[in-house]
Design a protein around this ligand. Structure first.
Ligand SMILES: [Zn+2]
Length: 192
């Protein structure tokens, strides 16, 4: 049995073959009988068992659903916060390629959130859970243990310190509110 013709470099979401013909392997996923690439990389078929797999280029790790990640907020929109995922939560493995993730306003905290800018600010570092990893990364900070782990003062950019109810700036005394992560952080103390 010959290996099928596959495009050498594939992108996440590229169709690789029918599930009746191949087995989905590493770096792929199956949806309605069709196998797709889940990572950017090189597609190959193992002729022994007809497993199609994609070797991630530059070893870009996959972000798994359910896993915790650290992300930095780049932009606050009306309905979502747009972040850059910087590392996995437990192993603190860096995530190269700077994948983007979003926190929808309904997933920022338990209950109703009037405005995301009342919970997050640009530059905050979050610990968040991955709700969906493809085609786009969707994150949640709703659980008590999830949310902001490092924030900078919006006035003077010093790192804020957590007080009993809110954050305060040791440099200029400014007080700010965030949806803070309570309890121990995955992978030990946060960077910085
Ligand atoms: Zn300040």
């Amino acid at each position: 049995m010959n290996a099928p013709e596959l495009p050498k470099l594939v992108l996440p979401g590229d169709y690789l073959g029918a599930a009746e013909e191949f087995l989905p392997g590493r770096g792929t996923y199956e949806n309605r009988g069709r196998i797709y690439a889940s990572v950017l990389g090189t597609a190959t078929v193992d002729p022994r068992d007809r497993t199609v797999h994609v070797d991630a280029r530059n070893g870009i790790p996959e972000i798994q659903e359910g896993e915790l990640v650290y992300a930095r907020i780049d932009e606050i929109k009306t309905a979502m916060a747009v972040c850059t995922i910087v590392s996995t939560g437990t192993s603190r493995r860096p995530v190269p390629g700077n994948p983007e993730g979003t926190v929808h306003i309904s997933k920022a905290r338990e209950g109703y959130t009037e405005s995301l800018s009342g919970e997050f600010a640009v530059g905050d570092v979050l610990v968040a859970r991955v709700l969906q990893s493809r085609p786009s990364v969707k994150l949640s900070t709703a659980a008590a243990t999830l949310g902001v782990v490092a924030a900078r003062c919006q006035v003077c950019h010093a790192l804020l310190t957590a007080g009993p109810k809110e954050l305060h700036c040791p440099r200029c005394g400014n007080r700010e509110h965030r949806k803070l992560a309570q309890g121990p952080r995955p992978g030990g103390p946060a960077e910085e």
